[in-house]
Ligand binder design. Structure first.
Ligand code: IVH
Length: 668
């Protein structure tokens, strides 16, 4: 082996080991910085020596931004579900039942946590991850290998003398509570629908088409079941401990239990201890340890007889409804909220619980003064799950959804295709106006220091600010009239406003609160369109040609620019010196030179970044696509293009062009 290859292999091994230390064992040995330096060195070597490329190299874990639909495959062993029990008695019955079926022979039982995420099957061949498949319908599932590869606690390459040539390992992909809260906070901020629980969030994330987005979400995986013809041990527990040695994350909770008493103690321990776990669990699983005994017990049509799930009771409280209020969000959506007599639930006092929308409120059929059940099961946000009918007053009347905005009195309109109502008085309804001001100055938008939620409301109440343009007419004198404002805070706001002139166009676009144009969409649009004037002039057809922009977003953008006040606001923002175009697209005049042509970009470039090339292609009417097919017109190749792509492009006869050639193409 030559020294370069040796160094590459050594770096890969080291990086894999440190990944495991960090993501599985939670005990890093080196600093993030040292890790990054090793990673950079490996990236550089791999770039210079594509001949040593390996699709499972740790450098590939970042998630490429290619997107493709999911291929379906049949499971090698069907993915069954588990029988459920809800009490210690039922679990005890199962233990007795299985021992009877085993002719009275004692059986070891393995107690485990039941992780509340989404099931995954990982196939390894010769120590390498070859495929990751979702549960699907149990018979076949979606191949989500690219997404799963972004989960750093899953080893891509494993070594050890007892690793079988072929095996499958199953587990649960979870989104830890912290990552779940962060994701939902971000979505709340963008007024996107929240995930009800980490399970939905994990399942949704795993099926996203863009592995780079998946990588950013922070998924994790716990493994709990190994299958194959040549497993190292004849019992489940030892196989899982082997898996742990090979680098998989296997929960410390997994315990061998010897009799019903130990099983019961395991249940009572975890009934409370689970609340301290970093991930959601919805119960426990008990499995017969011996593989031979498992084989004897076999399966019913739906689930193994050798395993059973015990489900935790969701924490529930009963409390009286005081009244239902209707919140108006920044984008005008009306959310019904149950205001409750305060009640203690899983350690926090609950006073309000969202009823989400009219359909959910109606399904619960809530009446005035009802006693309501509030739950906090897998859900972090308290949820109303039912009404105690025996406590309902005979003359109680159903709570009606409002027909008019509770703040401005405008008749509400139903959002097409959604269960939501909204107040259409977008430009005159106070919470919407204040919400937009708060949004505009927020950290990820214009980041104007010194204006928080209260100041935004005060600026509106004082009559100073009704839209973003007004902000730039503020001066010290006006600010000093606000309650609690002294010269120092006024100065801070003035400095914040001045600094916001440097904020790039994509964030200005997001800051405008155009309905459906969230952070990611704004970025996408800004990079591909390049300036607000071009955006304002675009037709629906041109807009929907931008990646990720559908008809609903296009319509919303067109509507935004059709409103005179908005156009005036934009002019005032321009006069105030805000960035209304992007750097790259600004010097690349829009043309249709590349109209109808689709491009695949691969490799590393010298003169522009990949994103810049993507913008250039779109700015000249071309289209970026993720993977090479017969329909691809050109492959724009930089240094170190992946060998598989090169091969494919050649075999399909697709022209491969370099960056100079490309730049010449668009140079009119
Ligand atoms: S064993 C044939 N063990 O629960 C038995 N499943 O309700 C295979 N789950 O589809 C499953 N934690 O997605 C097993 N420790 C655990 C589990 C577990 C969570 C999930 C799994 C399964 C579902 C069944």
């Amino acid at each position: 082996m030559n020294p370069i290859e040796q160094e590459i292999n050594k770096l890969r091994d080291e990086l894999n080991r440190h990944n495991h230390k960090y993501y599985v064992e939670n005990s890093p040995e080196i600093s993030d910085r040292e890790f990054d330096e090793m990673m950079k060195r490996l990236e550089a070597l791999e770039q210079m020596h594509p001949e040593y490329a390996d699709p499972l190299s740790p450098t590939r874990r970042v998630g490429s931004d290619l997107s493709k639909g999911f291929e379906q495959v049949e499971h090698v062993y069907p993915m069954l579900s588990l029988g459920n029990t809800y009490s210690v008695g039922e679990v005890d019955d199962w233990v007795k039942r299985t021992e009877n079926a085993l002719m009275g022979r004692k059986a070891e039982i393995v107690g485990e946590l039941k992780f509340d995420g989404t099931g995954i099957s990982l196939i390894y061949e010769h120590g390498r991850l070859v495929r990751a498949v979702t549960r699907g319908d149990g018979e076949k599932g979606d191949v989500v290998t690219d997404n799963v590869m972004t989960i750093k606690s899953i080893p891509l390459v494993i070594t050890g003398d007892d690793v079988p040539d072929f095996f499958e390992i199953r587990g649960e992909i979870v989104l830890p509570w912290k990552a779940f809260e962060r994701l939902n906070a971000e979505r709340a901020f963008n007024e996107e629908p929240l995930f009800a629980n980490p399970r939905n969030a994990a399942a949704g994330t795993l099926k996203m088409l863009n592995p780079a987005v998946v990588a950013a979400r922070g998924l994790d995986a716990y493994l709990y079941y190994m299958l194959g013809e040549n497993l190292p041990y004849d019992n489940h527990y030892d196989n899982m401990m082997a898996a742990r040695r090979w680098g998989f994350k296997v929960s410390d909770a997994m315990t061998v239990l010897h009799d019903i008493d130990e099983v019961d103690r395991f249940i009572s321990h975890w009934d409370t201890a689970r609340k301290e776990l970093p991930v959601a669990t919805d119960g426990l699983v008990f499995k017969i340890n011996s593989l031979r005994q498992q084989l004897n017990l076999g399966f019913t049509a739906k689930s193994p007889r050798w395993a059973i799930a015990y489900k935790f009771a969701a924490e529930r409280a009963l409390t009286r409804l005081r009244y239902v209020s209707f919140d108006v969000g920044r984008l005008g959506y009306i959310t019904p909220v149950a205001n409750l007599e305060p009640v203690l639930l899983s350690g926090t006092i609950v006073k309000r619980a969202s009823l989400h929308n009219e359909d959910i409120m109606r399904a619960l059929d809530i009446h005035d003064d009802d006693m309501l059940y509030v739950e906090k099961g897998g859900e972090i946000i308290p949820k109303i799950t039912g009404v105690e009918l025996s406590e309902r007053r005979a003359d109680a009347r159903p709570v009606e959804f409002v027909s008019h905005c509770p703040v401005c009195g405008t008749a509400l309109v139903r959002v097409e295709g959604e269960a939501a109502w909204m107040c259409p008085n977008r430009w005159g309804c106070a919470p919407q106006i204040i919400g937009r001001i708060e949004h505009f100055v927020g950290r990820r938008m214009m980041n104007i220091d010194g204006i928080g939620d209260e100041t935004a409301a005060a600026l509106y109440a004082a009559g100073y600010v009704r839209n973003a343009g007004d902000l730039y007419d503020l001066d010290r004198d006006k600010l000093l009239t606000l309650e609690g404002f002294g010269p120092r805070s006024a100065e801070r706001v003035m400095e914040g406003l001045a600094a916001s002139r440097e904020v790039p166009f994509e964030r200005v676009l997001f800051a405008l609160s155009i309905p459906y144009v969230g952070e990611t969409t704004a970025k996408r649009i800004a990079r591909s369109v390049g300036s607000i004037d071009r955006l304002a002039a675009m037709s629906a057809a041109e807009l929907t040609a931008i990646e990720d922009v559908g008809p609903r977003i296009a319509e919303s953008i067109i509507e935004y620019f059709s409103i005179e006040t908005n156009r005036r606001t934009i002019e005032r923002l321009r006069a105030a010196g805000l960035q209304l175009e992007t750097a790259v697209a600004a010097n690349a005049a829009l043309s249709d030179t590349l109209a109808g042509k689709s491009f695949v970009i691969s490799g590393v470039f010298a003169r522009h970044s990949r994103d810049e090339y993507k913008s250039l292609i779109e700015a000249h009417g071309g289209k970026n696509v993720g993977s090479i097919s017969k329909k691809t017109d050109y492959v724009l190749a930089g240094e170190n293009m992946g060998p598989a792509k090169l091969e494919k492009a050649k075999s399909l006869g697709i022209p491969i062009i370099g960056e100079d050639e490309f730049l010449a193409m668009i140079d009119k």
